[in-house]
Structures are given as structure tokens and as C-alpha cells.
Design a binder for this molecule. Structure first.
Ligand SMILES: Nc1ncnc2c1ncn2[C@@H]1O[C@H](COP(=O)(O)OP(=O)(O)O)[C@@H](O)[C@H]1O
Ligand SMILES: [Mg+2]
Length: 222
């Protein structure tokens, strides 16, 4: 077994005034390198919360996350940020592109921040892979939703992450457009033996992954 990511008894609650909203009640999970895994759950079930914790964007109240046996919980924030930038690619439902930058600049940004080499040629190559060579000098608002999400995919792949975490990546797209974006996502995942964890409330999206889990009442079920 070649495990890349492990969650152990993760708990998380949000506090609004004096009221605590319990979201995760002991989530445990082992993700193998190279696998594609979906986590399905109703809206509000805690999918985004869990994905953010898995990728080190947020910390659990209790429990631990191990990436290749290194704890993300005890890692100091600057180290965790550097780890995220180099090892994890995030894709969000709302694309999160910077409106004042063109497509090529948006894709180049994470690698420039990480001071990597050959940034421009890699960005151009990734944009070619998602079929957007002709749109490099466009601003995000000049693109369709599906095109914007493909830019976000290219950006997520820029630092050659081992793990891709996708949060409802086709949630804002019609089913045909969403299918094309998923084809790009799965191609990019498989082409370098990357690992994908995808959260969705859509069964048709979830079933494209090799393994499907359900998040319900704060726990994961097969
Ligand atoms: N920052 C926050 N502060 C307070 N409550 C939150 C916050 N983020 C999420 N929640 C609550 O936690 C629950 C799970 O949210 P979320 O993880 O976004 O679920 P999902 O992605 O499955 O829709 C919801 O009830 C939501 O209202
Ligand atoms: Mg969500």
C-alpha cells in the first residue's frame, strides 16, 4: 500500500456566538497514491470543511492529517503554506481567478510565487492541454464558465502537485460543459499518476472516481 494522505479521527465545529455547529465528528480516511476518490454529501454536510482540512487550508479541532506521514496539524503555518503551494492543487467551484490578470498570468502566478523555473513555457503547455492556447491574453471575465474552470485547472497543476483537491468543480456549469471540464481534470490527474479527491453533491460526477465515499452526520461511509 502506498498511502499519500491520511485523516485520523478529525473533528471540527464552527462557533457562532455561543452556539457551536458540529460539522465533522471523527472522520478517518486513507487515500492511496494515484487513486481517484469522491466524497459525496448534501449541501451543508461539511464537504468543503473536510477538503480544506485535508489540504492544510484549515486545521481540525481534534484529530490529525498526515501527508506522506508528515502531520499537517503540527506543521508551523509558513511551512504549511509552502507545503500546500508545492504539493497540493486546489480547484474550487467559483474558479477564483484574479480578474485583473490575463489567463496566462493567472496560470503562471503560483509558480512565480514559489520561484520555480520555466514558468511561462509550463503555463503555455498546460493551457494547450486544456484547449485554451488561443485565449492566453484574455481576461477571465471574457471567458465562459467552463473556460474559466479550465484555466483554474491549469493553474492548479502549475506546481506539479501530487494531490489535487477539487471542491464541486463543475457545480456552476451545465452538465455538458461540466463533463468536458471533468475530462480535462481526469486526464491531467492520470497523466502524471496524481491523486484526486473530489467533493460533490452530484452522483453522476462522483461515480467517475474509482472509489466513492459519503459524508453524512459528520462521518464518512463507504
Ligand atoms: N466559517 C464558517 N463559520 C460558521 N459556520 C460555517 C462556516 N463554514 C461552514 N459553516 C457551516 O458548516 C456546515 C458545513 O459547511 P460546508 O463544509 O461548507 O458544507 P458543504 O461544503 O458540504 O456544503 C454548514 O452548516 C455551514 O453553514
Ligand atoms: Mg461546499
Amino acid at each position: 500500500m502506498n498511502e499519500i494522505l491520511r485523516a485520523e479521527e478529525v473533528h471540527k465545529a464552527y462557533h457562532i456566538g455561543k452556539r457551536a455547529v458540529e460539522v465533522l465528528h471523527g472522520v478517518s480516511l486513507s487515500v492511496q497514491r494515484g487513486e481517484t476518490l469522491s466524497i459525496m454529501g448534501a449541501s451543508g454536510s461539511g464537504k468543503s470543511t473536510l477538503l480544506h482540512i485535508l489540504g492544510g487550508l484549515d486545521r481540525p479541532d481534534a484529530g490529525n492529517i498526515f501527508f506522506e506521514n508528515t502531520s499537517l496539524v503540527t506543521m508551523k503555518p509558513p511551512k504549511r503554506a509552502a507545503f500546500r503551494a508545492r504539493r497540493v492543487g486546489f480547484v474550487f467551484q467559483g474558479y477564483h481567478l484574479l480578474p485583473e490578470l490575463d489567463v496566462l498570468q493567472n496560470v503562471m502566478l503560483p509558480s512565480m510565487a514559489a520561484r520555480l523555473k520555466d514558468v511561462k513555457s509550463r503555463a503555455e503547455h498546460l493551457l494547450e492541454q486544456v484547449g485554451l492556447s488561443g485565449r492566453m491574453d484574455h481576461r477571465p471575465q471574457e471567458l465562459s464558465g467552463g473556460e474559466q474552470q479550465r484555466v483554474a485547472l491549469a493553474r492548479a497543476l502549475m506546481n506539479d502537485p501530487d494531490l489535487i483537491l477539487a471542491d464541486e468543480p463543475t457545480g456552476n456549469l451545465d452538465s455538458h460543459t461540466g463533463e468536458n471540464v471533468l475530462n480535462n481534470l481526469f486526464d491531467l490527474t492520470h497523466s502524471s499518476g496524481r491523486t484526486l479527491v473530489l467533493v460533490t453533491h452530484n452522483e453522476a460526477v462522483a461515480c467517475r472516481c474509482q472509489r466513492e465515499l459519503i459524508l453524512k452526520d459528520g462521518k464518512l461511509e463507504e
